[in-house]
Design a protein around this ligand. Structure first.
Ligand code: MSP
Length: 502
Protein backbone atom coordinates (compact mmCIF):
# COMPACT_ATOMS: atom_id res chain seq x y z
CA UNK A 1 0.00 0.00 0.00
CA UNK A 2 1.30 3.50 -0.87
CA UNK A 3 2.26 5.48 2.25
CA UNK A 4 -0.50 7.87 3.19
CA UNK A 5 0.13 11.60 3.69
CA UNK A 6 -2.59 13.98 4.87
CA UNK A 7 -2.29 17.70 5.51
CA UNK A 8 -4.46 20.52 6.85
CA UNK A 9 -4.08 24.17 5.94
CA UNK A 10 -1.69 25.90 8.27
CA UNK A 11 -3.65 28.32 10.40
CA UNK A 12 -3.10 32.06 10.59
CA UNK A 13 -2.08 32.73 14.07
CA UNK A 14 -3.84 36.08 14.22
CA UNK A 15 -5.87 35.14 17.28
CA UNK A 16 -7.29 32.26 19.23
CA UNK A 17 -8.47 29.15 17.41
CA UNK A 18 -12.18 28.57 16.86
CA UNK A 19 -14.16 25.43 16.17
CA UNK A 20 -13.74 25.87 12.38
CA UNK A 21 -9.99 25.40 12.82
CA UNK A 22 -10.52 22.34 14.96
CA UNK A 23 -12.84 20.94 12.28
CA UNK A 24 -10.31 20.49 9.46
CA UNK A 25 -7.72 19.15 11.87
CA UNK A 26 -10.12 16.60 13.36
CA UNK A 27 -11.10 15.37 9.92
CA UNK A 28 -7.44 14.94 9.06
CA UNK A 29 -6.97 13.05 12.30
CA UNK A 30 -9.75 10.60 11.44
CA UNK A 31 -8.07 9.94 8.10
CA UNK A 32 -4.64 9.61 9.66
CA UNK A 33 -5.78 7.24 12.40
CA UNK A 34 -7.63 5.06 9.90
CA UNK A 35 -4.66 5.01 7.54
CA UNK A 36 -2.19 4.22 10.34
CA UNK A 37 -4.17 1.14 11.31
CA UNK A 38 -3.65 -0.13 7.79
CA UNK A 39 -0.15 1.00 6.77
CA UNK A 40 2.41 3.80 6.97
CA UNK A 41 0.88 7.24 7.35
CA UNK A 42 1.97 10.79 8.09
CA UNK A 43 -0.14 13.71 9.25
CA UNK A 44 0.99 17.33 9.11
CA UNK A 45 -0.62 20.45 10.52
CA UNK A 46 0.78 23.75 11.73
CA UNK A 47 0.61 27.53 11.74
CA UNK A 48 1.02 30.23 9.13
CA UNK A 49 2.87 32.95 10.98
CA UNK A 50 3.91 35.53 8.40
CA UNK A 51 1.99 38.15 6.47
CA UNK A 52 0.22 41.36 7.16
CA UNK A 53 -2.69 39.85 9.02
CA UNK A 54 -0.42 38.44 11.73
CA UNK A 55 1.76 41.57 11.73
CA UNK A 56 -1.35 43.74 12.26
CA UNK A 57 -2.63 41.53 15.09
CA UNK A 58 0.77 41.67 16.80
CA UNK A 59 1.01 45.44 16.42
CA UNK A 60 -2.45 45.88 17.91
CA UNK A 61 -1.32 43.87 20.92
CA UNK A 62 1.91 45.88 21.20
CA UNK A 63 4.09 42.86 20.56
CA UNK A 64 6.66 41.92 17.97
CA UNK A 65 5.16 39.45 15.47
CA UNK A 66 7.52 36.71 16.60
CA UNK A 67 6.66 37.26 20.26
CA UNK A 68 2.98 37.32 19.39
CA UNK A 69 3.24 33.97 17.59
CA UNK A 70 5.36 32.38 20.30
CA UNK A 71 2.83 33.47 22.93
CA UNK A 72 -0.12 32.04 21.00
CA UNK A 73 1.37 28.75 19.90
CA UNK A 74 0.66 26.90 23.17
CA UNK A 75 -3.00 27.79 22.83
CA UNK A 76 -3.19 26.27 19.35
CA UNK A 77 -1.23 23.20 20.24
CA UNK A 78 -3.27 22.60 23.35
CA UNK A 79 -6.45 22.82 21.27
CA UNK A 80 -5.25 19.95 19.11
CA UNK A 81 -4.20 18.02 22.19
CA UNK A 82 -7.59 18.64 23.77
CA UNK A 83 -9.24 17.12 20.71
CA UNK A 84 -6.86 14.14 20.65
CA UNK A 85 -5.33 15.12 17.35
CA UNK A 86 -2.46 12.75 16.62
CA UNK A 87 -0.41 14.81 14.20
CA UNK A 88 3.07 13.54 13.33
CA UNK A 89 4.49 17.01 12.79
CA UNK A 90 3.46 20.55 13.57
CA UNK A 91 5.16 23.08 11.34
CA UNK A 92 5.54 26.76 12.08
CA UNK A 93 6.48 28.90 9.10
CA UNK A 94 8.90 30.87 11.27
CA UNK A 95 11.03 27.78 11.79
CA UNK A 96 14.43 27.84 10.06
CA UNK A 97 13.75 24.45 8.43
CA UNK A 98 10.86 26.08 6.57
CA UNK A 99 12.44 29.45 5.84
CA UNK A 100 15.43 27.74 4.26
CA UNK A 101 13.23 25.78 1.87
CA UNK A 102 11.20 28.84 0.86
CA UNK A 103 14.33 30.80 0.01
CA UNK A 104 15.81 27.88 -1.91
CA UNK A 105 12.62 27.47 -3.92
CA UNK A 106 12.56 31.19 -4.66
CA UNK A 107 16.14 31.15 -5.88
CA UNK A 108 15.65 28.05 -7.99
CA UNK A 109 12.64 29.51 -9.72
CA UNK A 110 14.38 32.84 -10.27
CA UNK A 111 17.22 30.95 -11.92
CA UNK A 112 14.87 28.90 -14.07
CA UNK A 113 13.00 32.01 -15.16
CA UNK A 114 9.67 31.10 -13.55
CA UNK A 115 10.16 34.01 -11.15
CA UNK A 116 10.84 37.44 -12.67
CA UNK A 117 10.84 41.09 -11.60
CA UNK A 118 7.80 43.19 -12.54
CA UNK A 119 5.52 45.90 -11.24
CA UNK A 120 2.41 45.19 -9.21
CA UNK A 121 -0.38 47.68 -9.19
CA UNK A 122 -3.66 46.56 -7.76
CA UNK A 123 -5.63 45.77 -4.68
CA UNK A 124 -4.89 43.66 -1.63
CA UNK A 125 -7.27 42.04 0.84
CA UNK A 126 -5.50 41.79 4.19
CA UNK A 127 -7.84 39.31 5.96
CA UNK A 128 -7.49 36.91 3.01
CA UNK A 129 -3.89 37.92 2.18
CA UNK A 130 -4.88 38.03 -1.47
CA UNK A 131 -3.99 40.22 -4.48
CA UNK A 132 -6.89 41.30 -6.70
CA UNK A 133 -7.08 42.98 -10.08
CA UNK A 134 -9.51 45.88 -10.26
CA UNK A 135 -11.65 43.88 -12.67
CA UNK A 136 -12.16 41.07 -10.15
CA UNK A 137 -13.49 43.22 -7.28
CA UNK A 138 -17.17 43.11 -6.44
CA UNK A 139 -18.55 46.57 -5.57
CA UNK A 140 -14.96 47.62 -4.95
CA UNK A 141 -14.55 44.93 -2.28
CA UNK A 142 -12.80 41.57 -1.99
CA UNK A 143 -14.73 39.03 -4.11
CA UNK A 144 -14.04 36.24 -1.60
CA UNK A 145 -14.93 37.81 1.73
CA UNK A 146 -16.60 41.10 0.81
CA UNK A 147 -14.31 43.20 2.96
CA UNK A 148 -12.49 46.42 1.89
CA UNK A 149 -9.22 46.12 -0.02
CA UNK A 150 -6.15 48.35 0.00
CA UNK A 151 -4.24 49.80 -2.96
CA UNK A 152 -0.73 48.46 -3.62
CA UNK A 153 1.84 49.73 -6.07
CA UNK A 154 5.17 47.95 -5.81
CA UNK A 155 8.08 46.53 -7.76
CA UNK A 156 7.57 42.86 -7.04
CA UNK A 157 8.78 39.48 -8.09
CA UNK A 158 6.23 37.47 -10.02
CA UNK A 159 5.62 33.77 -10.43
CA UNK A 160 4.88 32.82 -14.04
CA UNK A 161 1.56 31.18 -13.23
CA UNK A 162 0.08 31.90 -16.66
CA UNK A 163 2.65 29.56 -18.19
CA UNK A 164 1.00 26.63 -16.40
CA UNK A 165 -2.56 27.42 -17.43
CA UNK A 166 -2.75 24.82 -20.20
CA UNK A 167 -1.02 22.12 -18.22
CA UNK A 168 -3.41 22.73 -15.33
CA UNK A 169 -6.40 22.53 -17.63
CA UNK A 170 -5.19 19.25 -19.06
CA UNK A 171 -4.49 17.93 -15.57
CA UNK A 172 -8.03 18.79 -14.47
CA UNK A 173 -9.41 17.00 -17.52
CA UNK A 174 -7.25 13.92 -17.00
CA UNK A 175 -7.92 13.74 -13.24
CA UNK A 176 -11.59 14.56 -12.74
CA UNK A 177 -11.42 13.49 -9.09
CA UNK A 178 -8.34 15.37 -8.06
CA UNK A 179 -10.27 18.37 -6.78
CA UNK A 180 -13.36 17.56 -4.80
CA UNK A 181 -16.21 18.20 -4.41
CA UNK A 182 -17.38 18.67 -7.98
CA UNK A 183 -18.67 22.21 -7.45
CA UNK A 184 -15.17 23.36 -6.49
CA UNK A 185 -13.65 21.48 -9.41
CA UNK A 186 -16.02 23.28 -11.76
CA UNK A 187 -15.33 26.65 -10.19
CA UNK A 188 -11.58 26.15 -10.61
CA UNK A 189 -12.01 24.92 -14.16
CA UNK A 190 -13.91 28.12 -14.94
CA UNK A 191 -10.97 30.16 -13.65
CA UNK A 192 -8.68 28.17 -15.93
CA UNK A 193 -10.98 28.85 -18.87
CA UNK A 194 -10.69 32.58 -18.07
CA UNK A 195 -6.91 32.27 -17.93
CA UNK A 196 -4.63 32.79 -14.94
CA UNK A 197 -2.50 35.89 -14.45
CA UNK A 198 1.05 35.77 -13.18
CA UNK A 199 1.20 36.09 -9.42
CA UNK A 200 3.07 38.68 -7.40
CA UNK A 201 5.02 36.71 -4.80
CA UNK A 202 6.87 39.43 -2.88
CA UNK A 203 5.88 42.44 -0.81
CA UNK A 204 8.02 45.51 -0.26
CA UNK A 205 5.67 47.47 2.00
CA UNK A 206 5.83 44.81 4.70
CA UNK A 207 8.73 43.55 6.75
CA UNK A 208 7.17 40.54 8.53
CA UNK A 209 8.00 37.64 6.27
CA UNK A 210 10.82 35.58 4.84
CA UNK A 211 13.35 37.94 3.22
CA UNK A 212 13.63 37.73 -0.55
CA UNK A 213 17.13 36.35 -1.20
CA UNK A 214 19.45 39.01 -2.61
CA UNK A 215 16.74 41.60 -3.19
CA UNK A 216 14.36 43.85 -1.25
CA UNK A 217 11.15 42.84 0.44
CA UNK A 218 9.65 39.70 1.88
CA UNK A 219 8.10 36.68 0.22
CA UNK A 220 4.30 36.79 -0.16
CA UNK A 221 2.71 34.86 2.67
CA UNK A 222 0.84 32.41 0.45
CA UNK A 223 3.91 31.48 -1.58
CA UNK A 224 5.69 30.92 1.73
CA UNK A 225 2.80 29.03 3.35
CA UNK A 226 2.04 26.56 0.56
CA UNK A 227 5.58 25.28 0.71
CA UNK A 228 5.05 24.03 4.27
CA UNK A 229 3.62 20.81 2.86
CA UNK A 230 7.02 19.87 1.46
CA UNK A 231 9.39 21.77 3.75
CA UNK A 232 8.07 19.71 6.67
CA UNK A 233 9.09 16.57 4.79
CA UNK A 234 12.62 17.86 4.23
CA UNK A 235 12.30 18.71 0.55
CA UNK A 236 14.17 18.04 -1.69
CA UNK A 237 16.37 15.27 -0.36
CA UNK A 238 14.66 14.24 2.90
CA UNK A 239 13.67 10.62 3.41
CA UNK A 240 10.16 11.67 4.44
CA UNK A 241 9.77 13.66 1.27
CA UNK A 242 10.77 10.64 -0.78
CA UNK A 243 8.41 8.39 1.15
CA UNK A 244 5.33 10.56 1.49
CA UNK A 245 5.21 13.02 -1.40
CA UNK A 246 2.89 13.45 -3.31
CA UNK A 247 0.32 13.90 -0.54
CA UNK A 248 -2.61 11.51 -0.62
CA UNK A 249 -5.14 14.06 0.61
CA UNK A 250 -4.82 17.78 1.24
CA UNK A 251 -7.78 19.06 3.21
CA UNK A 252 -8.72 22.70 2.90
CA UNK A 253 -11.66 25.02 3.40
CA UNK A 254 -13.36 25.98 0.15
CA UNK A 255 -12.26 29.62 0.36
CA UNK A 256 -8.65 28.66 -0.29
CA UNK A 257 -9.20 26.28 -3.20
CA UNK A 258 -7.66 28.63 -5.75
CA UNK A 259 -4.35 28.62 -3.91
CA UNK A 260 -4.26 24.87 -3.47
CA UNK A 261 -5.55 23.67 -6.81
CA UNK A 262 -4.16 26.26 -9.23
CA UNK A 263 -1.15 27.98 -7.69
CA UNK A 264 0.18 25.04 -5.65
CA UNK A 265 0.43 22.45 -8.43
CA UNK A 266 2.02 25.07 -10.68
CA UNK A 267 4.71 25.78 -8.07
CA UNK A 268 5.30 22.05 -7.68
CA UNK A 269 5.61 21.56 -11.42
CA UNK A 270 7.99 24.50 -11.66
CA UNK A 271 10.15 22.57 -9.19
CA UNK A 272 9.79 19.34 -11.12
CA UNK A 273 7.64 17.74 -8.41
CA UNK A 274 4.26 16.00 -8.59
CA UNK A 275 0.90 17.54 -7.73
CA UNK A 276 -0.93 16.09 -4.71
CA UNK A 277 -3.33 13.17 -5.14
CA UNK A 278 -6.55 14.78 -3.95
CA UNK A 279 -7.38 18.24 -2.72
CA UNK A 280 -10.66 18.21 -0.86
CA UNK A 281 -12.28 21.58 -0.18
CA UNK A 282 -14.78 21.26 2.63
CA UNK A 283 -17.62 23.57 3.52
CA UNK A 284 -17.92 26.09 6.31
CA UNK A 285 -19.35 25.88 9.73
CA UNK A 286 -21.85 28.69 9.63
CA UNK A 287 -23.83 30.57 12.21
CA UNK A 288 -27.11 31.97 10.99
CA UNK A 289 -25.90 31.61 7.42
CA UNK A 290 -22.56 33.41 7.87
CA UNK A 291 -19.17 31.72 7.93
CA UNK A 292 -17.83 31.44 11.44
CA UNK A 293 -14.72 33.63 11.49
CA UNK A 294 -12.73 35.74 13.84
CA UNK A 295 -13.10 38.85 11.73
CA UNK A 296 -16.88 38.46 11.68
CA UNK A 297 -16.84 38.07 15.45
CA UNK A 298 -19.17 35.05 15.56
CA UNK A 299 -16.75 32.38 16.68
CA UNK A 300 -17.43 29.54 19.07
CA UNK A 301 -14.75 28.57 21.56
CA UNK A 302 -13.65 24.98 20.97
CA UNK A 303 -12.24 24.62 24.48
CA UNK A 304 -15.60 25.41 26.03
CA UNK A 305 -17.30 22.88 23.75
CA UNK A 306 -14.82 20.16 24.63
CA UNK A 307 -15.38 20.94 28.29
CA UNK A 308 -19.13 20.68 28.00
CA UNK A 309 -19.57 17.75 25.61
CA UNK A 310 -16.19 16.05 25.64
CA UNK A 311 -13.75 15.97 22.73
CA UNK A 312 -15.07 12.72 21.29
CA UNK A 313 -18.69 13.83 21.17
CA UNK A 314 -17.63 17.01 19.36
CA UNK A 315 -15.54 14.99 16.92
CA UNK A 316 -18.55 12.77 16.29
CA UNK A 317 -20.87 15.72 15.81
CA UNK A 318 -18.58 17.51 13.36
CA UNK A 319 -18.27 14.43 11.16
CA UNK A 320 -21.81 13.13 11.48
CA UNK A 321 -23.91 16.24 11.17
CA UNK A 322 -23.41 17.16 7.50
CA UNK A 323 -21.97 15.40 4.46
CA UNK A 324 -18.32 16.31 4.19
CA UNK A 325 -18.01 19.07 1.62
CA UNK A 326 -21.26 20.91 2.40
CA UNK A 327 -21.65 23.85 4.72
CA UNK A 328 -23.39 23.15 7.92
CA UNK A 329 -25.05 25.44 10.32
CA UNK A 330 -23.85 25.17 13.85
CA UNK A 331 -26.14 25.11 16.84
CA UNK A 332 -25.78 23.85 20.34
CA UNK A 333 -29.21 22.19 20.25
CA UNK A 334 -28.01 20.02 17.39
CA UNK A 335 -25.02 18.91 19.42
CA UNK A 336 -27.17 18.14 22.45
CA UNK A 337 -29.59 16.21 20.25
CA UNK A 338 -26.88 14.07 18.62
CA UNK A 339 -25.15 13.59 21.93
CA UNK A 340 -28.18 12.34 23.81
CA UNK A 341 -29.67 10.27 21.04
CA UNK A 342 -26.86 8.72 18.96
CA UNK A 343 -24.19 8.64 21.62
CA UNK A 344 -26.08 8.38 24.90
CA UNK A 345 -29.13 6.32 23.95
CA UNK A 346 -27.84 4.21 21.07
CA UNK A 347 -24.19 3.57 21.82
CA UNK A 348 -23.80 4.33 25.51
CA UNK A 349 -26.86 2.36 26.55
CA UNK A 350 -25.87 -0.55 24.38
CA UNK A 351 -22.59 -0.87 26.25
CA UNK A 352 -24.24 -0.34 29.59
CA UNK A 353 -27.07 -2.80 29.01
CA UNK A 354 -24.88 -5.47 27.47
CA UNK A 355 -22.29 -5.48 30.22
CA UNK A 356 -24.92 -5.26 32.95
CA UNK A 357 -26.65 -8.39 31.63
CA UNK A 358 -23.36 -10.15 31.18
CA UNK A 359 -22.56 -9.34 34.78
CA UNK A 360 -25.90 -10.51 36.01
CA UNK A 361 -26.19 -13.72 34.00
CA UNK A 362 -22.58 -14.76 33.41
CA UNK A 363 -20.54 -13.00 36.13
CA UNK A 364 -19.12 -10.70 33.47
CA UNK A 365 -17.44 -13.50 31.51
CA UNK A 366 -17.75 -13.60 27.71
CA UNK A 367 -19.69 -16.83 27.00
CA UNK A 368 -19.48 -19.40 24.19
CA UNK A 369 -20.40 -18.11 20.74
CA UNK A 370 -23.45 -19.34 18.84
CA UNK A 371 -23.51 -20.21 15.15
CA UNK A 372 -22.20 -16.79 14.05
CA UNK A 373 -25.29 -16.04 11.96
CA UNK A 374 -25.61 -12.55 13.43
CA UNK A 375 -22.05 -11.65 12.38
CA UNK A 376 -22.58 -12.84 8.84
CA UNK A 377 -24.80 -9.88 8.00
CA UNK A 378 -21.94 -7.55 8.91
CA UNK A 379 -19.08 -9.44 7.28
CA UNK A 380 -18.38 -6.65 4.80
CA UNK A 381 -18.84 -3.76 7.27
CA UNK A 382 -15.13 -3.15 8.03
CA UNK A 383 -14.32 -3.01 4.32
CA UNK A 384 -17.27 -0.72 3.67
CA UNK A 385 -16.41 1.66 6.48
CA UNK A 386 -12.77 1.72 5.45
CA UNK A 387 -13.71 2.53 1.85
CA UNK A 388 -16.12 5.27 2.92
CA UNK A 389 -13.56 6.94 5.18
CA UNK A 390 -10.89 6.74 2.49
CA UNK A 391 -13.38 8.34 0.14
CA UNK A 392 -13.98 11.09 2.74
CA UNK A 393 -17.62 10.14 3.21
CA UNK A 394 -17.51 10.37 6.97
CA UNK A 395 -21.20 10.76 7.57
CA UNK A 396 -21.95 7.64 5.56
CA UNK A 397 -19.20 5.75 7.37
CA UNK A 398 -20.76 6.63 10.72
CA UNK A 399 -24.20 5.72 9.46
CA UNK A 400 -22.85 2.34 8.36
CA UNK A 401 -21.34 1.80 11.81
CA UNK A 402 -24.66 2.75 13.37
CA UNK A 403 -26.33 -0.08 11.43
CA UNK A 404 -24.42 -2.39 13.75
CA UNK A 405 -25.31 -0.31 16.81
CA UNK A 406 -28.99 -0.53 15.90
CA UNK A 407 -28.87 -4.22 15.08
CA UNK A 408 -27.35 -5.00 18.47
CA UNK A 409 -29.92 -2.90 20.29
CA UNK A 410 -32.65 -4.59 18.28
CA UNK A 411 -31.26 -8.01 19.14
CA UNK A 412 -31.62 -7.22 22.83
CA UNK A 413 -35.15 -5.87 22.41
CA UNK A 414 -36.33 -8.77 20.27
CA UNK A 415 -34.52 -11.71 21.82
CA UNK A 416 -35.07 -10.49 25.39
CA UNK A 417 -32.17 -11.95 27.37
CA UNK A 418 -34.15 -11.68 30.62
CA UNK A 419 -36.77 -14.05 29.17
CA UNK A 420 -34.10 -16.44 27.86
CA UNK A 421 -32.60 -16.45 31.33
CA UNK A 422 -35.91 -17.01 33.07
CA UNK A 423 -36.82 -19.84 30.74
CA UNK A 424 -33.41 -21.45 31.13
CA UNK A 425 -32.55 -21.22 27.42
CA UNK A 426 -28.85 -21.09 28.22
CA UNK A 427 -27.35 -21.72 24.78
CA UNK A 428 -29.46 -19.01 23.19
CA UNK A 429 -28.58 -16.63 25.98
CA UNK A 430 -24.88 -17.39 25.58
CA UNK A 431 -25.06 -16.81 21.84
CA UNK A 432 -26.80 -13.49 22.27
CA UNK A 433 -24.47 -12.21 24.97
CA UNK A 434 -21.50 -13.32 22.89
CA UNK A 435 -22.78 -11.37 19.86
CA UNK A 436 -23.22 -8.28 22.00
CA UNK A 437 -19.62 -8.46 23.23
CA UNK A 438 -18.23 -9.16 19.79
CA UNK A 439 -20.36 -6.39 18.29
CA UNK A 440 -19.05 -3.95 20.87
CA UNK A 441 -15.51 -5.01 20.03
CA UNK A 442 -16.18 -4.20 16.38
CA UNK A 443 -17.73 -0.88 17.30
CA UNK A 444 -14.76 0.14 19.44
CA UNK A 445 -12.35 -0.63 16.62
CA UNK A 446 -14.36 1.02 13.87
CA UNK A 447 -15.06 4.06 16.00
CA UNK A 448 -11.51 4.46 17.21
CA UNK A 449 -10.48 6.95 14.47
CA UNK A 450 -13.57 9.04 15.23
CA UNK A 451 -13.61 8.76 19.00
CA UNK A 452 -10.17 7.70 20.19
CA UNK A 453 -10.94 8.28 23.87
CA UNK A 454 -14.40 6.79 24.31
CA UNK A 455 -13.63 3.81 22.07
CA UNK A 456 -10.79 2.89 24.39
CA UNK A 457 -13.21 2.94 27.30
CA UNK A 458 -15.42 0.42 25.49
CA UNK A 459 -12.28 -1.59 24.80
CA UNK A 460 -11.20 -1.51 28.41
CA UNK A 461 -14.62 -2.51 29.72
CA UNK A 462 -14.63 -5.43 27.29
CA UNK A 463 -11.37 -6.59 28.86
CA UNK A 464 -9.63 -7.41 25.58
CA UNK A 465 -5.86 -7.20 25.59
CA UNK A 466 -5.33 -6.82 21.83
CA UNK A 467 -4.37 -3.43 20.34
CA UNK A 468 -7.36 -1.39 19.17
CA UNK A 469 -5.72 0.33 16.21
CA UNK A 470 -4.85 -2.48 13.84
CA UNK A 471 -5.92 -3.57 10.37
CA UNK A 472 -9.70 -3.99 10.40
CA UNK A 473 -9.96 -6.50 7.63
CA UNK A 474 -7.70 -8.82 9.62
CA UNK A 475 -8.88 -8.15 13.17
CA UNK A 476 -12.58 -7.93 12.47
CA UNK A 477 -13.78 -11.44 11.78
CA UNK A 478 -16.84 -12.34 13.81
CA UNK A 479 -15.69 -14.49 16.72
CA UNK A 480 -12.59 -12.52 17.65
CA UNK A 481 -13.38 -11.94 21.30
CA UNK A 482 -12.27 -14.94 23.34
CA UNK A 483 -14.81 -16.82 25.44
CA UNK A 484 -13.90 -16.46 29.08
CA UNK A 485 -12.70 -12.87 28.73
CA UNK A 486 -13.48 -11.01 31.94
CA UNK A 487 -15.38 -7.82 31.22
CA UNK A 488 -15.60 -4.97 33.69
CA UNK A 489 -18.44 -2.47 33.74
CA UNK A 490 -17.24 1.04 34.30
CA UNK A 491 -18.00 4.68 33.73
CA UNK A 492 -20.99 5.71 31.61
CA UNK A 493 -19.81 6.48 28.09
CA UNK A 494 -21.94 9.54 27.46
CA UNK A 495 -23.75 10.77 30.57
CA UNK A 496 -26.94 12.57 29.61
CA UNK A 497 -26.71 16.32 29.01
CA UNK A 498 -29.58 18.69 29.54
CA UNK A 499 -30.22 21.23 26.80
CA UNK A 500 -29.71 24.85 27.80
CA UNK A 501 -32.80 26.99 27.74
CA UNK A 502 -32.53 29.55 24.94
N1 MSP B 1 -3.18 30.46 6.47
C1 MSP B 1 -4.13 30.16 5.46
C2 MSP B 1 -3.92 28.76 4.92
C3 MSP B 1 -2.56 28.48 4.36
S1 MSP B 1 -2.40 26.83 3.87
C4 MSP B 1 -0.98 26.78 3.02
C5 MSP B 1 -5.55 30.28 6.04
N2 MSP B 1 -5.67 30.22 7.36
S2 MSP B 1 -7.03 30.38 8.18
O1 MSP B 1 -6.64 30.25 9.55
O2 MSP B 1 -7.69 31.59 7.80
O3 MSP B 1 -7.99 29.23 7.77
C6 MSP B 1 -7.52 27.94 7.67
C7 MSP B 1 -8.60 26.93 7.54
O4 MSP B 1 -9.42 26.91 8.70
C8 MSP B 1 -9.61 27.05 6.43
O5 MSP B 1 -9.19 26.68 5.18
C9 MSP B 1 -10.59 26.02 6.91
O6 MSP B 1 -10.04 24.75 6.64
C10 MSP B 1 -10.62 26.29 8.40
N3 MSP B 1 -11.74 27.14 8.76
C11 MSP B 1 -11.70 28.45 9.17
N4 MSP B 1 -12.97 28.87 9.41
C12 MSP B 1 -13.83 27.85 9.19
C13 MSP B 1 -15.22 27.68 9.31
N5 MSP B 1 -16.02 28.63 9.73
N6 MSP B 1 -15.72 26.45 9.01
C14 MSP B 1 -14.94 25.42 8.59
N7 MSP B 1 -13.63 25.57 8.47
C15 MSP B 1 -13.05 26.76 8.74
O7 MSP B 1 -6.48 30.43 5.26
Amino acid sequence: MRPFYVTTPIYYISGNPHIGHAYTTIVADVLARTARAHGPAYFLTGTDEHGQKVADAAAAAGKSPQQWCDDLIPRWQSLFERYNVSYDDFIRTTQPRHERVVQTVFERLRESGDVYLGKYEGWYCVPDETFWLESKLVDGKCPTCGRPVQWLSEDDWFFRLSKYNDRLKQYFIDHPQWVRPRAVYNEMMALLEDGLDDLSITRTNLSWGIPVPNADGVIYVWFDALLNYISALGWPEGEKFKTFWPASVQLIGKEIARFHTLIWPAILWALGEDAPGTVFAHGWITIEGAKMSKSLGNVVDPFALAERFGADAMRYFLLREAPFGSDFSYSEEKIVQRYNSDLGNDLGNLLQRSLAMLDKYRSGLVPQPGNGAFGEQFADLPKRVHALITDLQFRDALEAIWELVSALNRAIDERKPWVLFKEGRQTELDALLYDLCEGLRWLAMLLHPFMPERSRIIWKQLGTSEPIDVNWEQALRWGGIASGTQTARGETLFPRIEAVAT
